[in-house]
Ligand binder design. Structure first.
Ligand SMILES: [Zn+2]
Length: 407
């Protein structure tokens, strides 16, 4: 029986983690020198196994393994190569390393995949350029126009045209001629990813089959009161925008607690003015982020929060306005691919939802896509403490390989 190689997995994780723009911590934005170096490294790894490697005009790297010269549609497997600032070594890289390991397992034993296999290392999943997230995957699936893609800018005000040029890796290839190339291309897309939460670890499961991605909503609230002296202004009749905002924050927290397990609700961003210790805040703005495994529940939560916010006007004498709202519905992954995962009978596995967006969300619009989670120790992610045991990779690869070798 073909087996995953733990040293190889470990080495590749370490190599990828070494590509960073900051000494002592992992930060790998798309188009940076560290990202370019990582692309070269992956290209070498893939070519050594006889894979055909290409880079699309966005910067998504694709390695094709097809020793049997099959003419079937390829199976895509992979994840993102970019990271957040001060990241861990596993978010994104885990999915690329799992893909590489599966091809290595076939390559070293001479076992042939039924269909062509393509390993994907996608670009700008983390939203440093396009804040919508999974920008590279959206480019591949055609979830935007060239003009839209070029309209986004990173924090330094640079758009794709400038960033691509600076990377020096595209050698004059014009941007966008291949936009949407993966819209009708893959037979399925498999994304192995670290959980980034602690559900698997706390319940002592070794792996997770991800049945879908939670619906994600945002509510942008504006509070207008009156700035005044914190001393002489009597409490009665004050118009304290920050006190009203704080009341709503507590309500959001309580709402999240009520639906814990099926929903979460957070206020992570609050701005208030003038932000001086002896002045009553005349103005506050906050964003509520809420997520749920059912659209109906998400609507209920949003309704509850909006209703509560409206009632704050009277209590605090301030004007409360919902300036903007967004909602992305719950995504259910392909039952067909989920059944294939289930049929592998990976031991000690649970089914769960993902509470964050991933590349698989973009691919699910154009093909059968679904994810596998590996436990994140301590539930930590997007930080240096991110850790997933190499045994988790071994387990997932040792079972997932069967999907490539047989129908
Ligand atoms: Zn990720």
């Amino acid at each position: 029986m073909v087996q995953a190689n733990r040293c190889r997995i470990q080495q590749r994780l370490e190599r990828i983690a070494g590509f960073t723009v900051e000494k002592g911590r992992i930060t790998r934005p798309t188009y940076s020198q560290a990202w370019v170096d990582a692309i070269h490294y992956l290209r070498c790894e893939m070519e050594m196994m006889g894979m055909e490697v290409r880079l699309d005009t966005f910067g998504n790297l694709v390695g094709r393994y097809n020793p049997g010269k099959s003419t079937d549609k390829a199976v895509g497997i992979g994840s993102h190569l970019d990271t957040v600032v001060n990241a861990g070594a596993y978010d994104g890289a885990a999915g690329i390393v799992a893909g590489l390991e599966l091809v290595s397992m076939m390559h070293e034993t001479g076992l042939q995949p039924k269909r062509p296999v393509e390993i994907l290392a996608t670009a700008d999943e983390e939203g440093l350029i396009c804040q919508k997230g999974y920008f590279g995957a959206r480019f591949m699936t055609g979830d935007m126009s060239v003009d839209e893609a070029l309209s986004y800018k990173n924090a330094q005000g640079k758009n794709l045209e400038i960033l691509r040029k600076e990377s020096g890796i595209f050698a004059g290839r014009p941007f966008g001629s291949d936009i949407g190339w993966a819209a009708d291309y893959y037979s399925r897309f498999i994304e192995v990813h670290v959980e980034q939460g602690a559900v698997l670890e706390e319940n002592q499961y070794d792996a997770g089959i991800v049945v879908g991605i939670a619906g994600i909503g945002r509510l942008f609230f504006d509070f207008r009161g009156e700035a005044d002296h914190a001393g002489p202004t009597v409490m009665k009749g004050r118009k304290d925008a920050l006190a009203a905002a704080a009341d709503l924050i507590t309500k959001v927290w309580e709402t999240g607690q009520i639906y814990s397990g099926s929903a979460v609700a957070t206020v992570g961003r609050l701005a208030h003015y003038p932000n001086i210790h002896n002045v009553i805040a005349g103005q506050a703005e906050l964003i509520v982020d809420y997520r749920a495994t059912e659209d109906e529940l998400a609507q209920q939560i949003a309704g509850r929060i909006k209703e509560y916010a409206a009632a704050l006007e009277e209590k605090y004498g301030v004007a409360v306005r919902l300036s903007h709202e967004l909602y992305t519905p719950v995504l259910r992954f392909s039952e067909k691919l989920l059944d294939e995962y289930r049929s592998l009978k990976i031991p000690n596995t649970m089914e769960l939802f993902s509470w964050a967006g991933h590349d698989a969300k973009a691919f699910a619009q154009v093909t059968d896509a679904a994810m596998i989670f590996m436990p994140s120790i301590g539930g930590k992610s997007h930080c240096p403490d991110e850790y997933t045991k190499v045994e988790s990779f071994e387990l997932v690869c040792n079972y997932l390989i069967r999907l490539f070798l047989s129908e």
